[in-house]
Design a protein around this ligand. Structure first.
Ligand code: NZQ
Ligand code: ZN
Length: 388
């Protein structure tokens, strides 16, 4: 097990009705805020009115910027930066999912920087300061409510790239599972695939002596796997929604990375897919992750067999550990199908014409992945294996 530092400063406020406390939380950080949200869900669910009331009751002045789309765009980030500067904004409230939160994080660092905010996403510069941000989460998926990441798509070339720094971790995340009752089944499933992917990226490590975090990862995966079927049948099951919502935060606040180094190649490959084809990130992961596993499992058949037995209840095959390992991968793929996700590019209406381009973009800074290093050819092979 490696030495580690663990920082998770986000205050989590979880449970029924907690969104009504947003005003009093915001008040601790800002007087004039940017209220940032997505397209239409917060109006349909009534959340918009509750947030506005709570902000007004707490005497907070706010301006609004809605319209964040899934796979959030750089152009709206630039608009947000201008708006914040013009209005002397001192805090950003993100009400939505990963896309809204990531857009808010990008604005938060962009406001404090004289150069081009995209520099932070290409590695040309590192942000030194950020406006504080707070979150009211509406979809359990990306884990952005407590993560140090922001993922933005630059329309100029359709590059989807991430920034990873602790200063953008939100000050607080308000999480009411009831708010997620309105999520359509497909969006629920996409969220679950992303949560699981965050755990699996960390699970597949070369580090030895990490049994505690292995077990935490397995518990997180098993909980999500069980509860997704409950919410797909009954979208208003509070306790099942609550399990998934809390799991989404823990899957990506870095607790599960303590003492180990994760892989992250599947995420990098997926970001090319959702960057170019604008599919939900979770759907892309359902295609890429089992394919990545089939490509690399020989690197550690033991670890894949452990995953199969402990997470998927595969009966260990003592004569062929490899068969056990492969059965675990197949159960993951079938699970994604069972919850309504694509597992081939064809099922996501993606053709073969841009595979080379994606492999090139994905590896333009060199090999990707830590558990197993992958070059351009490897990425291309993985993509080709899921054409469908
Ligand atoms: O825009 P609205 O109308 O709000 O609709 C949204 C959107 O269409 C809808 N939705 C959200 N809450 C809802 C709801 N519909 C009904 N009821 C509700 N309660 O769901 C759709 C998807 O929203 P989005 O924010 O895009 O989802 P998600 O949280 O999955 O975020 C995905 C983005 O996060 C990035 C992904 O790449 C993608 O761009 N990621 C961010 C990470 C991070 N910052 O740490 C890590 C992840 O690996 C990921 O890359
Ligand atoms: Zn993800």
């Amino acid at each position: 097990m490696r030495n580690f530092e663990f920082l998770s400063p986000t205050k989590i406020i979880f449970g029924r009705g907690v969104e009504e406390r947003v005003g009093e939380e915001v008040k601790q950080y800002g007087k004039k805020i940017l209220f940032h949200y997505g397209k239409s869900s917060i109006f349909k669910t009534g959340l918009y009115d509750k947030i506005v009331k709570s902000l007004k009751d707490s005497g907070i002045e706010f301006i609004e910027l809605g319209g964040v789309q899934p796979n959030p765009r750089l152009s709206l980030v630039r608009e947000g930066i201008e708006l914040c500067r013009k209005n002397g904004i001192d805090f950003i409230l993100a009400v939505g999912g990963g896309s809204v939160i990531d857009s808010a994080k990008a604005i938060a660092v962009g406001v404090m920087y004289e150069g081009n905010v995209w520099d932070f996403y290409t590695g040309k510069a590192e942000p030194k300061s950020a406006l504080p941000i707070g979150v009211v989460l509406t979809i359990p998926a990306a884990g952005s409510e407590a993560s140090k990441s922001s993922v933005i798509t630059n329309e100029d070339g359709w590059y989807k790239r991430s920034l990873n720094v602790d200063i953008i971790r939100p000050k607080f995340a308000i999480m009411n599972p009831e708010v997620t009752f309105t999520l359509p089944p497909y969006q629920t499933a996409c969220g679950v695939a992303d949560i699981m992917a965050h755990v699996m990226e960390r699970y597949f490590t070369n580090e030895k002596g990490v049994d505690f975090t292995d077990r935490l990862c397995e518990a997180t995966l098993k909980t999500v796997i069980e509860n997704v079927f409950i919410v797909l049948k009954n979208p208003t099951d509070y306790n099942a929604r609550a399990q998934i919502m809390w799991a989404s935060t823990v899957a990506h606040n870095d607790l599960l990375s303590t003492g180990r180094i994760g892989d992250w190649a599947s995420h990098m490959i997926e970001h090319e897919l959702s960057g170019i084809y604008d599919i939900p990130h979770g759907a892309g992961l359902a295609i890429v992750f089992p394919a990545w596993m089939r490509y690399v499992y020989k690197h550690s058949i033991e670890r894949f067999a452990q995953f199969a037995v402990r997470v998927w209840n595969v009966e260990p095959n003592f004569e062929s550990l490899e068969r056990t390992a492969l059965e675990g991968i197949e159960r993951l793929r079938r699970f994604f199908k069972d919850i309504g996700l694509p597992t081939t590019l064809k099922e996501a209406n993606i053709g073969e014409d841009r595979l080379e381009e994606m492999a090139t973009k994905c590896t333009e800074k060199g090999e990707i992945g830590n558990f197993v290093k992958l070059n351009r050819e490897d990425v291309l092979n993985i993509l080709k294996s899921v054409v469908g």
